[in-house]
Design a protein around this ligand. Structure first.
Ligand code: SAH
Length: 524
């Protein structure tokens, strides 16, 4: 009878996280060979197998013994924690076999059974820190020269990999992790999230959330995996999260805003893609990379944060009531948008900007300096006011400004527009917006649920006339809050009003035109 080597990764340590194949493989073997602590972890799954357990450093003799026993005809399970192919026994078993001239066809059979490696088990306990390109680096310099390990840390840090440090520290090896931290700090912010997971899915599990700067103030040991975030990793509610990509889009209200599906793959949305990088700029990137490496010996490269370009989206207008741009504002727009950005005039009296930048805060500061009113883009509240007869009918302007300050840019289930007109002429069409406010005879008329688009577009229902100026801002605020809380995602305000029937005490009445009309979705 020919023997077999079953090289089994049993995962982090709990029985739930062992694969089914690993379990059956343990049970079909005659003999288990492993490090004593690991044998103890899986003992509950055995059914009378012979056990050979040795100390941790005796890996080579374990592998040799396993091969010897298999050649004698036994089915031998060699166990590793995590995955046997990640700093585990799989490579070593093959090395012993290769040494003996073993061949797949003629020699003992080998099956390597995959397991959940520490990078995955520890990541799951921290949140989702891996997500993007990641690497594992073992800090053990018992079998690997420190100079090589150092180089790998340097390269990984520079290339913004998420890094899982295995074997970070032991009783005698304490300096390696300090050195690793020092190298990482050259390229990454001190606030970079760092997760320390000890004994994942084992009895003594402990999880520490710290930062690159602070990590050494916590216990790190032989059973710890250190997970270093990349430059976009963040903490949210105690979870360590790395976004799925660098394809970032900022608006004022949201830091990361995925593009709508139909926009996502457009060329303009991906200025960083290979196709979009012109020859000159890819050369520049290569030169810059080279400079980083070559410059290393001559001048100390200090803390390089990867400059990650994002498309910053924001809409600007000259003001709530003011509709006039100044030449200075127009020049600032041209400068900021430049050749690579875009500027688009929107239905709601704004100019929407898309600006590729590594520094959205600076863009905001420059726009604000020339007096622009800034608003985020997306499912947010926009106030559309009239020009108050070029500012002559100014009594109600403060209320419009106060609504803008309180509600402008608020995130909502769907975009919402408040139309605000300074006299009963309502020539800017406030009554056709989601919420219409018309100032007349020293008080306000309120319209709710206009349907602003579509072939069956219609004005809102007039729900109140003569609302006192002291009440209008509070009242509209309450209406918007109710919609924010109870509206379904993507539900426009008129649909919401129709569904809930009553908003802030105002009863819904169907004011849509009764004629039968075929609905025409976009493009039809
Ligand atoms: N083959 C294993 C790695 C063995 S190297 C695997 O794939 O996971 C040993 C290192 O693995 C430890 O120093 C630690 O960094 C990491 N490690 C293994 N099991 C772990 C666990 N349950 N929790 C945290 N780290 C673990």
């Amino acid at each position: 009878m020919k023997g077999k080597l079953l090289v089994i990764g049993f995962g982090p340590g709990s029985e739930e996280h062992i694969t089914k194949r690993a379990r059956t493989a343990l049970q079909e073997s005659d003999m288990i060979i492993g490090y004593k602590t690991y044998v103890d972890l899986i003992e509950g799954l055995l059914n009378g197998q012979e056990i050979i357990s040795t100390g941790m450093t005796e890996e080579v003799s374990r592998a040799q013994e396993a091969v010897r026993q298999a050649e004698l005809g036994k089915k031998v399970a060699v166990i590793s924690s995590g995955d046997a192919g990640v700093y585990g026994m799989a490579g070593l078993v093959y090395e012993v076999l290769v040494e003996k001239g073993w061949k797949q066809d003629t020699g003992v059979e080998v099956e390597v059974i995959p397991g959940i490696s520490a990078i995955n088990s520890c990541a799951s306990l921290l949140g989702a820190p891996v997500m993007h390109d990641a690497c594992t680096i073992s800090l053990s310099d018992h079998l690997t020269p420190w100079s090589l390990i150092e180089q790998r840390i340097e390269a990984a840090a520079q290339a913004d990999f998420v890094i899982a440090l295995y074997n970070p520290m032991s009783g005698r090896r304490t300096r390696q992790i300090v050195e690793a931290q020092r190298i990482l700090l050259k390229y990454r912010s001190p606030e970079t999230p760092v997760g320390l997971v000890k004994s994942a899915y084992r009895d003594r599990q402990s999880i520490t959330r710290t930062t690159l700067e602070d990590m050494m103030n916590h216990e790190i040991g032989m059973l710890t995996t250190v997970l270093i975030g990349n430059s976009s990793t963040f903490y949210y509610d105690d979870l360590m999260i790395t976004p799925r990509g660098y394809q970032r889009k900022y608006t004022l209200s949201q830091k990361e805003q995925p593009l709508k599906p139909h926009q996502r793959l457009k060329k303009e949305a991906e200025p960083w893609a290979l196709e979009q990088v012109t020859n000159t700029s890819s050369r520049a990137i290569a030169d810059e990379a080279l400079q980083l490496i070559l410059g290393e010996n001559t001048k100390q490269t200090e803390y390089i944060q990867q400059p990650i370009q994002s498309i910053f989206e924001v809409s600007v207008s000259p003001g709530v009531a003011n509709k006039k741009f100044t030449p200075k504002q127009m020049m600032t727009l041209a400068e900021i948008v430049g050749e690579d950005g875009s500027m688009e005039y929107t239905q709601d009296h704004h100019i929407k900007l898309q600006v590729p930048t590594t520094n959205p805060d600076q863009v905001v500061a420059e726009l604000e300096k020339v007096g622009f009113l800034l608003a985020p883009v997306g499912d947010v509240l926009t106030l559309k006011a009239c020009d108050f007869c070029e500012g002559e009918k100014k009594d109600s302007i403060p209320y419009a400004e106060s609504l803008q300050a309180r509600l402008g840019g608020m995130e909502l289930p769907k975009e919402m527009k408040i139309g605000f007109n300074g006299c009963g002429m309502a020539c800017f069409g406030a009554v056709r917006e989601d919420i219409g406010i018309v100032f007349r005879k020293g008080a306000f008329d309120l319209f709710l649920g206009g349907k602003t688009i579509g072939r069956n577009a219609h004005s809102g229902q007039i729900v109140a006339e003569g609302i006192s100026p002291d009440e209008i801002v509070e009242l509209v605020d309450r209406i918007v809050q109710e919609y924010k809380e109870k509206g379904h995602p993507n539900e426009r305000f008129h649909k919401f009003f129709k569904r809930v029937k009553n908003v802030c005490g105002f009863e819904f009445q169907d004011v849509s035109p009764s004629l039968k009309i075929e609905l025409a979705p976009c493009g039809d």
